[in-house]
Design a binder for this molecule. Structure first.
Ligand SMILES: Cc1cc2nc3c(=O)[nH]c(=O)nc-3n(C[C@H](O)[C@H](O)[C@H](O)COP(=O)(O)O)c2cc1C
Length: 483
């Protein structure tokens, strides 16, 4: 079914005002809505492939990781959108305004934009959009952060900075309803929100209202908003293979205008069990969430069992807003199966991107029927660049990068990356991983050894085989914070 046909079949929609959408790009929320209308076709000839999102991953997927992917990989094809790891909005704080302000200031919508030598964002439109994830249990406080994020004017006034220095609004604000850490759930945040659909509803509603009002106050006309959106909400991958840009543009024009700063919800399937799964889905939808992402394991399950994709299919049946499927996707085969089994409107990939940073390209190319995959040697070179960018980025953030402690921190990070990239490699395990970081001569020497290993050992064909092994290997790595 073509995009145009799909949209003509649908119920008549309010016409988008001229100006909005004139930026000629498809935002993630619109892309997901179009997919939703297309019926989640799993056919390889589908006219509109699903958007591919990088999952939020505390520590592993931090700004160093995202920057490295952006600089070394996205020129061939990266995720359509990345997301910050969760930022905690403290429930108890004597001065919550200043805590909220600190949080809002920690976000930079232009983090993944092209930059010049002086590190100024130059070409945001060719970068990757970066969503902002927050976590907390207090509706008022979460709404306050959403309000600041959606309005550079308010953020600048609160922070007493020039408006030009305040970040543009995020392409979306995501609410974390998945974090299983007891420290977090004990305070009513993360996955513990899944125990009380009413509270979840009120939090999402408060965030949606705050973000909408705030963005509307800043960008009073559609034209002002369109100009802002054009500067920070870049392309979604509608330019590959089968797409007809004119048909996409037409289809997008027929959609109701998306919220300026959409709020999405990322949830597990429940806390102790899945008995409230549907209530939570409906709570998020009724409160105005633009879409939900489902990681179908309960908090109690942690990462032990395989993700239960049938729950993604269930969410797709129950909801009319789009559903992004997440959990255990590490290859094109997994992505195809997820689409076929669930009809998901989008796919989110977390650990799979650390194991194989090319996974977004493999999935995109495979679904579009194109064949632009590079050789192992070319991939290894890109991984080397990625590693170097990552390690340099950490060194730049360290006060005294030459100090022994700082070097050990960089070695530890390289070990973490290697544990994913070279997880099945005995050479890495025996020679680089086992030896304590404090016994390594230097971060530079460790980096050279890892680079040599990547160049000699990287084999892309291995990536498709050991799905279970991979998921199991890393499921127990860090008990803290994983959502
Ligand atoms: C190291 C690590 C950190 C994570 N941090 C977050 C987080 O900050 N926010 C969140 O919503 N999920 C977080 N998650 C969960 C992932 O976003 C994702 O839902 C989960 O890993 C399942 O997807 P995957 O099989 O593609 O990795 C984290 C997962 C891992 C492995």
């Amino acid at each position: 079914m073509s995009v145009a046909a799909a949209t003509t079949d649908a119920a008549p929609m309010k016409k988008r005002p001229s100006g909005a959408g004139a930026y000629g790009r498809v935002r993630l929320t619109e892309h997901l809505q179009l997919r939703r209308r297309l019926g989640g076709s799993a056919s390889p000839s589908l006219s509109l492939p699903p958007p591919l999102l990088l999952a939020p991953m505390e520590r592993l997927g931090d700004a160093h990781f995202r920057g490295a992917i952006q600089h070394a990989i996205t020129h061939i094809r990266g995720p359509d959108e990345m997301c910050t790891e969760f930022m905690r909005v403290p429930e108890k704080s004597s001065n919550f305004e200043s805590a909220a302000l600190a949080l809002a200031r920690s976000y930079d919508a232009l983090e993944l934009a092209k930059r010049d030598d002086d590190d100024r964002a130059t070409d945001a439109a060719t970068g990757t959009p970066l969503a902002f994830q927050i976590m907390g249990g207090d509706a008022e406080k979460l709404a306050h952060v959403a309000r600041l994020l959606a309005s550079p004017k308010k953020l600048a006034a609160a922070a007493r900075i020039d408006e030009a220095e305040a970040s543009p609004p995020p392409p979306r604000i995501d609410l974390n309803c998945g974090c299983p850490a007891n420290l977090v759930t004990g305070k009513g945040a993360g996955s513990s929100l899944l125990r009380t659909p009413d509270v979840l509803h009120d939090i999402v509603r408060a965030m949606v209202n705050a973000a909408t009002e705030s963005a509307n106050e800043d960008y009073v006309s559609d034209e002002a908003w369109a100009a802002c959106a054009a500067s920070f909400a870049p392309r979604v991958s509608t330019s590959e293979g089968i797409f007809d840009d004119a048909a996409i543009a037409e289809a997008v024009r027929s959609l109701p205008p998306p919220p300026r700063v959409p709020v999405s919800v990322k949830m597990r399937s429940g806390f102790d069990d899945t008995s409230l799964f549907v209530d939570n889905l409906l709570a998020a939808q009724e409160a105005g969430a633009s879409f939900v992402t489902i990681h179908p394991r309960t908090k109690r399950e942690g990462y032990k069992p395989e993700a239960d994709w049938s729950l993604i299919a269930k969410a797709r049946d129950v909801l009319h807003i789009p559903v992004v499927g997440n959990g255990d996707v590490t290859s094109l085969e997994d992505a195809r199966r997820l689409l076929a089994e669930t009809g998901a409107d989008g796919i989110m990939i977390g650990r799979g991107a650390a194991i194989d940073p090319f996974v977004f390209q493999r999935v995109r190319s495979g679904l579009c029927g194109s064949d632009d995959i590079q050789t192992d040697a070319e991939e290894a070179e890109m991984l080397v660049q990625m590693l170097r960018w990552h390690v340099d980025s950490i060194a730049r953030a360290q006060k005294n990068p030459d100090a022994r402690k700082a070097q050990i921190a960089r070695i530890d990070r390289m070990k973490l990356l290697g544990k994913f990239l070279l997880h099945d490699n005995a050479n890495f395990r025996d020679n680089l991983l086992r030896q304590p970081s404090s016994e390594q001569p230097s971060a530079d020497a460790f980096e050279q050894a890892l680079v040599a290993l990547l160049r000699s050992e990287w084999r892309s064909h291995r990536r498709t085989r050991q799905r279970r092994a991979r998921v199991n290997t890393f499921s127990g790595d860090r008990g803290r914070g994983k959502a």
